[in-house]
Unconditional design. Structure first.
Length: 300
């Protein structure tokens, strides 16, 4: 392996391999997406719908390849044993670094279906990657703020409708949908500004999770809760590329989504909303405690 190289050389090498991966696999995605668009015959579309995730999984495998080549990370992972590739999963996790996404993809690739993120509609215009997300059927959403809905009450309920439309195709085959509840990466400044009641987490945004659960229907009864801890400090993406992440601790827990939350009006029913808030708060309290225990174990 090449982890003996100076870290800056490893960072440059990782960046080059990452970029080449994007060019090769996204090019293939474009070819088959274009054919899928030109040839809308249902049997062919079903074939393309199998080919496109296969391309993405190979893309992730190649990312795992350069990670193994340039890094010497000690992995402490629990909870992978009982995952099912034929299952639907709604995935949540704490978010500290762009490295989180690569770590989750590395661990979950071909254990569950390709992770698909809820994305703002504007992100479709991100060069190259935006089109790749579109080709892989990532759900692009337009979320209205409470202030906007007060001024335009006729738009109320359209967020849920557009989310359901975006996710309708997910009901036909097993799918994994990822939601970072904090909505942004953790930092000490954000934690202080929010006055977060958690020691290691930002406040979770329950609305997005409620919207996803109600939009995805009862097939998405399994919640995969991922906790990532960096015992030696949260890395920047450049630090990650340089192979300077010495240890990663990951815990995965699969639980059922309470049946009472599969149906309900999060926006219009204050009783339902409060019960949902309490459920998410409990999940976040447990995650905060889990992070503390993992850090204590790492320092022992």
């Amino acid at each position: 392996m090449l982890n003996f190289l100076p870290y800056k050389i490893r960072g440059i090498l990782s960046s080059v391999l990452l970029g080449l991966n994007v060019l090769v696999w996204v090019s293939l995605l474009f070819v088959f997406s274009f054919l899928k668009f030109l040839l809308p015959w249902p049997p062919l579309r079903r074939v393309f719908n199998r080919i496109l995730p296969w391309i993405a999984e190979n893309w992730i495998s190649c990312n795992s390849g350069w990670m193994r080549l340039t890094q010497k990370t000690k992995w402490d992972v629990q909870g992978l044993d009982h995952l099912n590739y034929q299952q639907w999963y709604l995935v949540i996790g704490n978010h500290q670094s762009w490295a989180d996404i690569f770590i989750m993809q590395h661990l979950l690739n071909r254990r569950i279906r390709l992770l698909k993120f809820f994305l703002k509609r504007e992100l479709i215009w991100v060069p190259v990657i935006g089109l790749a997300w579109w080709a892989l059927d990532f759900p692009f959403l337009r979320r209205h703020t409470a202030e906007y809905l007060q001024k335009h009450p006729r738009q109320k309920g359209k967020d849920l409708l557009t989310t359901r439309q975006a996710c309708e195709k997910f009901t036909h085959h097993p799918t994994s949908v990822m939601n970072f509840l904090e909505g942004t990466r953790f930092s000490g400044a954000k934690h202080k500004r929010q006055q977060s009641p958690y020691a290691y987490l930002l406040r979770p945004k329950s609305g997005g999770l409620a919207l996803a659960i109600q939009a995805l229907g009862e097939k998405f009864h399994s919640l995969l809760n991922i906790t990532i801890v960096y015992p030696d400090g949260i890395p920047t993406f450049w630090t990650f590329l340089c192979g300077k992440v010495n240890r990663v601790m990951v815990r995965l827990q699969t639980t059922e989504i309470p049946g009472r939350f599969l149906q309900g009006d999060y926006a219009g029913d204050p009783v339902f909303r409060e019960a949902f808030h309490q459920w998410v708060h409990h999940l976040w309290q447990e995650k905060d405690h889990r992070i503390q225990m993992l850090l204590n174990d790492a320092q022992a």
